[in-house]
Design a protein around this ligand. Structure first.
Ligand code: GAP
Length: 535
């Protein structure tokens, strides 16, 4: 599937729009349209129902070491600035970036690639920031220009076989920047903090600086004690949160994949240190199953364990759930969710002060004056087990998912081009989103076969009844075939048609989006039938 087809479907059918489009758009920001908002709500609702509401704390689910509690919070986006200093985001939450002195453009260091090429006795590295499928053409075109060669002399360019990341190139004086005409215009990489800063109150100075949260997780850590003391929950305990996060990404790209404003669905799972490894394995497998159950079952989804070199030293394991998005080069995968064993790093940082993640055992990072660089809250965030009497700092397993990335993966997986018969039985090409019914924006559409003859009155009555239970749509315009196509394109799993027979025996046809199978049910059974099929 070509990504541009999905992007254009999203715009055409009200799923995703570029933010502030009438003013030329704002890079890294996206708006969800009438269909997109339903899809997004359904994904978040499915996550919350499956992880929190429907979780039975009295019984250990399959694969879990024991029964556990689950609850949720909704914390503020702007929190005390000390939260981000102790969490490490203020100091460390950065990407390396490079600037081009000639074009004045800025790039993420690890996202610039290129190839070495030689011509006219000169060897240069042609860098590119283009999308993977355009990189080859971009570097070729710019190499020809640099060496002042015509297309017909392209064979004078002697290319190295392999494309490399700029990170692997030592001699920057021989690099042709992605938008430069001369060599050596790229600066050394510099750390760039991704946190969006704002100010609280009337004065915009150092004292009033505050931050838009770059993750929802910290809101959970700082409320750990509040949750324990206000609800009858005990460790092992998961606290869930869904909400907006903000990161000033240097190069937002690949549609909504890397945005500057996005939503996360995060769980901080608190457990005894001795069982944390089993809990890590449980959450890793549980979260992977959630995606497969909702339709990401193809070979494009994978669970990747981090190698020991990738792990923070306090972590016994981190795994990423990844999807082979169509905008990535073949064989590459993009992260949907990370499941990290975080030890007691976060709770201790908020108690004692920012810990130095490189220290062993973990110790508070000290400033030049020998005092903690960032002071913690000083509050006791340890837990006392009522039964054993043991007091300890719980370890944390963190399954952290992105709503927008999950939505994009579900869309990519669902996008299908196939053929369906028109009214005359002739096969016509169609575009269909084969979304799992649980997350489809609309559960059903109701059509009168024709507007007259009493059919539209009955269809409107059915619509009114179904609307009380599900998001549904009513359509009486155009031929029935065109109406089916409209619903297929937004992934509506069931179309209910009122026809001549309805007026005689009070039954309607239901058509299945994927199999195209049609069957009749009683009008009075429509709600139950859609519920059975779509929930
Ligand atoms: N609390 C841990 C944490 O935030 P992360 O790997 O930085 O970990 C978790 O983010 C998830 O949030 C990612 O797997 C991804 O789905 C989503 N995410 C992160 N940055 C994003 C961005 N710029 N745009 C869209 N989603 C993003």
């Amino acid at each position: 599937m070509k990504m541009d087809k999905l992007v254009s479907l999203c715009k055409r059918r009200g799923i995703i729009f570029q933010s502030s489009e009438i003013y030329g758009g704002l890079n890294g920001f996206w708006d969800y349209g009438p269909m997109g908002v339903e899809l997004k709500r359904n994904i978040k609702e499915a996550w919350w129902l499956d992880m929190v509401t429907r979780h039975n704390e009295l019984k250990a689910p399959e694969g879990a070491p024991e029964a556990y509690a689950m609850t949720g919070i909704d914390s503020s986006i702007i929190m005390h600035p000390q939260v981000w200093k102790c969490s490490g985001h203020y100091d460390l939450f950065s990407d390396l970036m490079i600037d081009c002195r000639e074009s004045k453009r800025r790039y993420r260091y690890d996202q610039v690639r290129g190839r070495w090429v030689e011509a006219k006795s000169q060897r240069i590295f042609v860098a590119t920031a283009a999308e993977p499928d355009e990189q080859e053409e971009d570097t070729r075109r710019r190499a020809l220009k640099f060496f002042n060669l015509r297309e017909k002399h392209a064979d004078q360019l002697k290319w190295d076989d392999q494309s490399l990341s700029l990170v692997e190139v030592q001699d920057s004086s021989r690099v042709l920047g992605p938008d430069a005409k001369t060599l050596g215009t790229l600066t050394e990489p510099r750390a760039f903090n991704l946190i969006f800063q704002t100010h609280i109150g009337a004065l915009a100075d150092e004292q009033s600086a505050a931050f838009l949260r770059p993750e929802t997780a910290q809101g959970i850590f700082v409320n750990f004690k509040n949750v324990l003391s206000s609800s009858r929950v005990r460790v092992p305990l998961g606290i869930a949160q869904i909400g907006k996060s903000f990161r000033n990404e240097i190069t937002p790209r690949n549609f909504t994949f890397r945005s500057r404003e996005f939503e996360q669905m995060e769980i901080e799972f608190f457990c005894h240190p001795s069982s944390s490894h089993s809990w890590y394995q449980y959450w890793r497998d549980r979260r992977m199953k959630w995606y497969t159950d909702l339709g990401l079952a193809s070979e494009r989804l994978r669970l990747r364990e981090h190698t020991p070199e990738e792990l923070s030293h306090y972590s016994v394991g981190t795994a990423d759930i990844e999807y082979a998005f169509p905008f990535l080069a073949p064989g590459e995968f993009g992260e949907l969710e990370g499941i990290a064993h975080r030890g007691d790093f976060d709770l201790r940082s908020h108690m004692e002060g920012k810990l130095d993640p490189r220290s062993r055992p973990l110790q508070v990072e000290l400033g030049p004056d020998g005092k903690p660089k960032w002071r913690g809250s000083g509050k006791d965030l340890t837990y006392r087990d009522e039964i054993s009497g043991e007091r300890y700092t719980p370890h944390v397993i963190e399954p952290s998912a992105g709503v927008d990335r999950a939505l994009l993966a579900f869309l990519c997986e669902a996008y299908t081009e196939d053929q369906a018969p028109d009214e005359g039985g002739k096969l016509e090409p169609r575009v269909v989103l084969k979304l799992h019914p649980r997350i489809a924006p609309l559960k059903a559409a109701i059509f009168p076969l024709v507007k007259h003859g009493g059919m539209s009155g009955v269809a409107r009555e059915i619509y009114a009844v179904l609307k009380k239970h599900f998001s549904v749509s009513y359509d009486e315009k155009d031929s029935i075939g065109r109406r089916y196509r409209r619903q297929d394109e937004v992934g509506t799993p069931y179309c209910i048609t009122v026809d001549g027979q309805t007026l005689e025996d009070n039954t309607v046809t239901i058509r299945d989006r994927d199999s195209l199978r049609q069957w009749r049910v009683k009008v009075d059974d429509c709600v139950e039938e859609v519920r059975r099929l779509a929930e």
